[in-house]
Design a protein around this ligand. Structure first.
Ligand SMILES: [Zn+2]
Length: 253
């Protein structure tokens, strides 16, 4: 298998002979206002796609959406993704996909089967306290197929019991975490901080971790450089890939 970071949480995963697009945010730079009540108020996305949106969706066989916040599912994605493509997501988002005109929508309650791939849904907490309630629901997904590594895409979550459970239950070979330490003016971070990524590494010492969700949305304050520095200090950097936008990450292991 291999995986390409397009930008932010948007990934193209080549897995078991299928090309799966995850969390497509395909708007041009500055297409949307800054996140409300957030630090560093600049229009989003902060920077353009590394390749044109039409090119991102070329050859894609299926789409997987962890939740429908605009940094994971935006207007351009809804425009350029072919409507009959199989589209998988959490049950709470089914209606949204239907009304956007998608004709092969699959809400995953617990697991789904897609061309020899098992997609299992996992939980998460998109922040703490009242903020987490407002941001819910969010999901992550685990991809499994015989002869392929097990891949856990954690989605927008902080380190929490749901993430720990998923690591224990599925023993993933590859863990994609949404870092960035996104936050509002008040309250705790709503996506993983460096400390959270370190916790993932320590809880799954044999997994290859891929950290994304950085430097593309105004309220994600943790940069790749900061993260690498802290992972280095915690002596877990060898476990973590921090791709740049457009980079392929080779994951055969
Ligand atoms: Zn996000």
């Amino acid at each position: 298998m291999r995986l390409r970071l397009i930008r932010h949480a948007t990934l193209v995963v080549e897995y078991a002979g299928e090309t799966v697009l995850i969390d497509p945010m395909l708007d041009d730079a500055g297409a949307r206002p800054a996140i409300q009540n957030s630090p560093n108020p600049r229009n989003n996305p902060l920077l353009p796609l590394p390749i044109p949106a039409e090119e991102v969706v070329q050859g894609v066989d299926a789409v997987l959406v962890t939740h429908t916040h605009s940094d994971h599912w935006d207007a351009t994605a809804q425009k350029v993704i072919s409507k009959p493509l199989p589209l998988y997501g959490q049950p709470e988002d089914e209606q949204k996909f239907d009304s956007a005109g998608f004709t092969s929508v699959h809400a995953i309650q617990t697991t789904a089967k897609y061309n020899g791939i098992e997609i299992a849904r996992t939980g998460g907490q998109h922040g703490t306290g009242e903020i987490a309630k407002k941001m819910a629901p969010v999901s992550g997904f685990v991809l499994r197929s015989s002869g392929e590594p097990t891949v856990y895409v954690a989605g927008d979550t902080i380190w929490c019991p749901e993430v720990e459970d998923a690591l224990n239950r599925f023993q993933p070979d590859i863990v994609v975490v949404n870092a960035g330490g996104a936050r509002f003016l008040e309250g705790d971070p709503i996506t993983m901080t460096a400390d959270d990524v370190i916790r993932v590494c320590r809880a799954a010492p044999n997994a290859q971790v891929v950290a994304v969700h950085m430097e593309a949305i105004n309220h994600c304050l943790l940069t790749r450089g900061d993260l690498a520095f802290q992972l280095e200090a915690a002596r877990v950097i060898h476990q973590v890939a921090i791709p740049n936008d457009g980079d392929w990450v080779d994951l055969n292991r």
